[in-house]
Design a protein around this ligand. Structure first.
Ligand code: FES
Length: 130
């Protein structure tokens, strides 16, 4: 006869997962799945530059070797999609706003607000959207 999980057991398990800060890391289910969606390969993101993923509306940058950042690709001025990363900035084609690749902050208006950060993680040679 199997014992159904008690409410206390379920809560304790949930708390343990939260405490570990590793929900979806695959430790419990043995799948090894990271819970993220593969976006690109590490080698696709140039050091000191970045790349725009129009479909996912995300821009991934590598401001310093081995450091990856991701931001929304939607310009905070009027909502165009940024279209390139060049000379240390993420550039919007509509009215010329530029954002720093390191933190998404405004380098050049008319935008006044930074690009919102997106969550990514590097796993092996892959960059995953989490
Ligand atoms: S929408 Fe990007 S600069 Fe205006």
């Amino acid at each position: 006869m199997t014992q159904p999980a008690t409410r206390r057991t379920v809560l304790a398990t949930g708390a343990a997962a939260l405490a570990a800060g590793c929900v979806g890391c695959g430790g419990d289910n043995g799948s090894g799945s990271s819970g993220g969606t593969k976006l690109t390969a590490v080698s696709d993101i140039p050091e000191g530059g970045g790349k725009v993923f129009r479909d996912q509306k995300v821009v991934v940058t590598q401001p310093a070797k081995g450091e990856f950042r991701a931001f929304s690709a939607i310009c905070t001025h009027e909502g165009c999609t940024v279209d390139q990363v060049a000379d240390g900035t993420i550039d919007c084609p509509c009215h010329g706003s530029r954002f720093h690749i390191a933190d998404g902050s405004v380098a050049h208006g008319p935008a006044t607000r930074p690009l919102p950060k997106k969550s990514i993680k590097v796993e092996g040679n892959s960059i995953l959207l989490t």
